[in-house]
Ligand binder design. Structure first.
Ligand code: GDP
Ligand code: ZN
Length: 304
């Protein structure tokens, strides 16, 4: 849509059928044009955080979202309901930073693998960030990190407490749009504060302005950091239920399994207990890491 008064901006927050759009550094409160809410998209998100949208002005800074640009990459999960549907948590992301800690809280096996599947499914580059390395007295961090590094993924070791690895994290975020995912308490906000000390002020400001009088302060939100990078904070996202990944396609999202798919005795092998399974053979031989295979088993168990 072209014409006078049409502005382009990026959605930074969605609540209900209203959204906040950043247009040239200014925040616009926008409604969504009715026709965008119709059709197959009704069950999902007509607008999502990270979307590039065209807005017509009502009464500045209020407007209406007229159209949503193509989504280059998206971070989605299956939202439960009477019928599961795709919930787009954020779109147009470059990086999914998967944050874990080895202690406090203890690392839940399989989480990294699940998040990598979601990143690959959404065409987002995954990065593994092992935080709280100051608590790692047994050098466990590198043993886990090496598994992912050998698969070709970027792995960083950080401590928001001592500042270790923060420069590396900052360099990765620089000039890109990233989302940090991880269980509560692993240090996501501490890391973002280490990168940009005004981060907590920005989030508090946003809550003060937009969550006033509401009980939940868990909206997904896109923030701009100091160094021209953008991060999506997803505080309300606790469970990552895979969207459109099933027991027959899961192995396609495990890079080390991909070349072996098709070598199994049974064409529809699930790689769990069938005889003549090429993937299990490689696990036994040691060329597929046990940790990863256990991650695969756990995700499979959640899909069955
Ligand atoms: P979030 O829920 O993932 O955002 O986690 P927070 O950033 O709120 O951190 C949870 C707790 O872990 C806080 O008490 C932090 O001070 C602490 N924490 C965060 N990063 C580190 C770290 O690198 N080392 C240590 N020892 N504690 C950390
Ligand atoms: Zn198999």
């Amino acid at each position: 849509m072209k014409g006078l008064g049409v502005k382009r901006g990026r959605v930074v927050r969605v609540s209900g059928m209203q959204c906040l759009v950043d247009i040239d550094g200014e925040e616009w409160q926008c409604d969504v044009r009715g026709r965008l809410k119709e059709g197959p998209r009704q069950a999902t998100s007509p607008v999502a955080v990270g979307d590039w949208v065209e807005v017509t002005s009502l009464n500045a800074p209020n407007g209406i979202v007229e159209s949503v640009g193509p989504r280059r990459a998206k971070f989605s999960r299956a939202a439960s309901g009477s019928r599961p549907f795709e919930q787009i948590i954020a779109s147009n992301l470059d990086l999914l930073v998967i944050v874990v800690a080895l202690a406090q809280p203890v690392l839940r096996p399989g989480f990294i693998d699940r998040a990598i599947v979601m990143a690959l499914k959404g065409h987002i580059e995954p990065v593994v960030c092992i935080n709280k390395v100051d608590l790692d007295s047994e050098e466990k961090a590198h043993r886990i990190g090496d598994v992912y590094r050998q698969l070709g993924y970027t792995v960083i070791y950080t401590s928001a407490k001592t500042g270790k690895g923060i420069e590396r994290l900052e360099a990765l975020l620089n000039g890109r749009v990233s989302a940090l995912v991880g269980h509560s308490g692993v240090g996501k906000s501490s890391l973002l504060n280490a990168v940009d000390p005004s981060f907590s002020i920005k989030t508090q400001e946003m809550m003060r302005k937009h969550d006033r009088g509401r009980h939940t302060t868990t909206a997904v939100q896109l923030y701009r950091l100091d160094n021209d990078s953008y991060v999506v904070d997803c505080p309300g996202i606790k469970t990552l239920q895979l969207w459109q990944v099933d027991t027959t396609s899961l192995a396609e999202f495990f890079v080390e399994m991909v070349p072996l798919i098709g070598d199994c005795q049974f064409r529809d092998c699930t790689h769990l207990q069938e005889p003549g399974c090429a993937i299990r053979y490689n696990v036994e031989k040691g060329s597929i890491d046990t940790l990863r295979y256990q991650g695969y088993e756990r995700i499979m168990a959640s899909l069955i």
